[in-house]
Structures are given as C-alpha cells and as structure tokens.
Design a protein. Structure first.
Length: 140
C-alpha cells in the first residue's frame, strides 16, 4: 500500500511459501499488475483458482488484466465466472468490466444491463452511475 512493490512481492512470496492461500496468490498477482507484469499476474490468479475455485477475485482480476492487454473477448468468460463465484463480495466490478467490454463492442443494451446489475449490488458506485447515464443518453 505504501508503493514498495518489491517488498510486497517478497513478503507475499514468503507468506505463500509458509502457507499458500488463494488470497495471497491473487494479491501477489495484483502487485505484479502494478508493475505491468500481466502474464505473471494472470499466472498467480490461476494458482489462486486452483486453491479455491469459489473465490471470485482472481476471475475478475484475470478479466481486468486481459482487458488491459487488449484482449476483451478473452476476458468475458473470466468475468462471467466472477459474477457467479460463491465467495465474492465485490461482484459489481466484473459487471462493470463486462459493461465496458460490451460498450466498446457497440452492444449498448447489453452494456446497460451489466451496469444496472452493478448498481443493484453497489447503488452508489460512481463508474457504473456515470457509464449508465452516458449509455442511456446515447440511446435517447
């Protein structure tokens, strides 16, 4: 959190050597993503999924990394899995990521549906509110 990514990586690796968890792999991946190391980030998320396939964060994170890497179509199945994961509290994120993909593809009604789903979960989430307002204005 203090911006010292190398220390964070070292500490996550030490923690994982002692006691591997889906959370630690996911957050190690997140740290790699801040360095632009998306292949390594995805690999850590896949390790997290092996440990706990019900944990939603790594599915959304893989989807986000693929979007960032210019592979939105490859991101869709990962994001769809995130929204159905048993153990995931931030389900509005993958809905927003799907909405962004559908908007970019010109699938505006489908994008609206995803942003509406995000707002049903997190009614004041600014990104979803902004996107939904813009999309509705485009359709009117």
């Amino acid at each position: 959190m203090g911006g010292n990514l190398e220390d964070a990586i070292r500490l996550y690796k030490e923690s994982l050597a002692y006691y591997p968890t889906a959370e630690a792999h996911t957050f190690l991946g997140w740290t790699y993503s801040f360095q632009g190391r998306f292949d390594e980030a995805i690999a850590e998320c896949k390790k997290a999924i092996v440990l706990d396939p019900d944990f939603g964060n790594p599915y959304n994170d893989i989807g986000s990394y693929l979007i960032h890497e210019g592979e939105p179509d490859a991101a869709i199945p990962w994001l769809e899995r995130a929204v159905t994961a048993e153990r995931y509290e931030a389900r509005h994120y993958p809905h927003c990521n799907l909405g962004r993909i559908y908007r970019a593809k010109g699938m505006l009604r489908k994008a609206i549906e995803e942003f509406e789903k995000a707002l049903a979960i997190a009614p004041s989430y600014p990104l979803a509110l902004q996107e939904l307002t813009e999309l509705r204005s485009l359709l009117n």
